[in-house]
Design a protein around this ligand. Sequence first.
Ligand code: SAH
Length: 214
Amino acid sequence: MDWALERKNLVKELKLEGIKDEKVLAAIAKTPRHLFVPEREIRDAYRNIALPVGYGQTISQPYTIAVMLQALELKKGDKVLEVGTASGYNASLIAEIVGKKGKVFTTEIVPELAKFANDNLKKNNIKNVKVVQTDGSQGYEKEAPYDAIIVTAASPRIPQPLSDQIKDKRIMVMPVGSLYEQEMLKIRKVGKEFEIKKLGFFIFVPLKGEYGWP
Ligand code: SAH
């Protein structure tokens, strides 16, 4: 397989679908998604679809991730929290965008997936991502506050700890809704208020834990 060519075609497709953020497109063009999927899915690695990673979980569709990363308005040097590591692919895209001076903390509740992601990140020689096996619906207080927070699992509401752990004027992006369909929210914290922009409907696996689904 010509992975570089496949990546190029994926980027082309994302552009046609309306993704404009050059930093996001460059990160997708550079990051080897085929090294983040299980061996049996490798041939489909650059299709614009979600793929199973085991334990009933998935690596998200590239288009969905691109919409979310674009909305986060990331800058070089940002400290970012991700909830829902799964493969580590999204975390590595963020790492690419925030650069060497930036840092990504990504939380995963399933121990086997935290290990899977760690192995994948190592294979890709990515050093500015830390995988933490914990209930990320409670955020990760130890490194708060964050410049950006992204939740890649379906949330019944905006988890309170996350709104406490985001910096003022900065953005959280997460799918909020029922177990069957969620609306992507771009949430900017402004003092004690939120400015919320809706980015369309998506389907995610459920957020578990204290502020997730029982
Ligand atoms: N961002 C991932 C895809 C996420 S799929 C990628 O790039 O591959 C959603 C993940 O969220 C699943 O792995 C699931 O186990 C995890 N998850 C669900 N509830 C969680 C919680 N409370 N804390 C941390 N991770 C959680």
